[in-house]
Design a protein around this ligand. Structure first.
Ligand code: HEM
Length: 139
C-alpha cells in the first residue's frame, strides 16, 4: 500500500473512533439526558464521519487501487493527492471546530478547504482512470 494511502486510512480510522465516540455520547444523552449542550456535537459528528471517515477512506483506497502508469511517476501527480490529504484534514478540523464554537466564518473556510481537497483529488485521479494498456493480459 502506498504511504499516502496509509496516512489517509489511518487518519480516517481516527475520525471513525472520534465520530463514534461523539455519536455514542449523544445517544446516551438522548436516553438518559445529562448534558443538553452535547447536542452541539451533532454537526461535528456528521463532519467527522461523512468527510473525515467515509470520504477520506474512499480517497485512501482509490489512491491505492487506481491503475498506475507504466512509466515513472507511477502514481501520477502525487503532489495533488498530498495537497488533497492536507486540505481535507485542515478542512474537517476547521469545519468541525467552527460548528462547535458557533463560528460560521470558520465553518465556511473549512468547507472551502474540503472542496479544494475534492478538486485536487479528482485532478490527481482522472488521468489514472484509464483502460488497461493494449496487450496487457490480467489473467
Ligand atoms: C459511519 C457511521 C455514521 C455516520 C456516517 C453517521 C452520520 C450521521 C448523520 C448524517 C446524522 C444526522 C441525521 C439527521 O439529522 O437526520 C447522525 C445523527 C446521529 N448519530 Fe450518527 N453516524 C454514524 C454512526 C453513528 C454511531 C455509531 C452512533 C452511536 C454510537 C451515532 C449516533 C448518532 C446520534 C445519536 C445522532 C442524532 C440522532 C437524532 O437526531 O436524534 N452515529 N449521524
Amino acid at each position: 500500500m502506498p504511504r499516502l494511502s496509509v496516512w489517509m486510512i489511518r487518519a480516517a480510522l481516527i475520525y471513525l473512533g472520534t465520530g463514534f465516540l461523539f455519536g455514542g455520547l449523544m445517544l446516551f444523552n438522548k436516553g438518559i439526558p445529562f448534558e443538553p449542550s452535547l447536542w452541539r456535537l451533532l454537526p461535528v459528528h456528521i463532519d467527522l464521519l461523512l468527510i473525515g471517515w467515509l470520504l477520506q477512506l474512499a480517497m485512501g483506497v482509490a489512491y491505492w487501487v487506481a491503475p498506475r502508469f507504466s512509466d515513472r511517476p507511477r502514481y501520477g501527480r502525487t503532489r495533488l493527492a498530498m495537497a488533497a490529504f492536507g486540505l481535507l484534514n485542515v478542512g474537517v478540523w476547521l469545519s468541525a471546530g467552527g460548528e462547535w464554537a458557533g463560528e460560521r466564518s470558520v465553518v465556511l473556510i473549512g468547507w472551502v478547504s474540503i472542496t479544494s481537497a475534492g478538486v485536487c483529488f479528482v485532478l490527481h485521479l482522472l488521468p489514472r482512470i484509464k483502460p488497461l494498456s493494449p496487450g496487457y493480459d490480467p489473467t
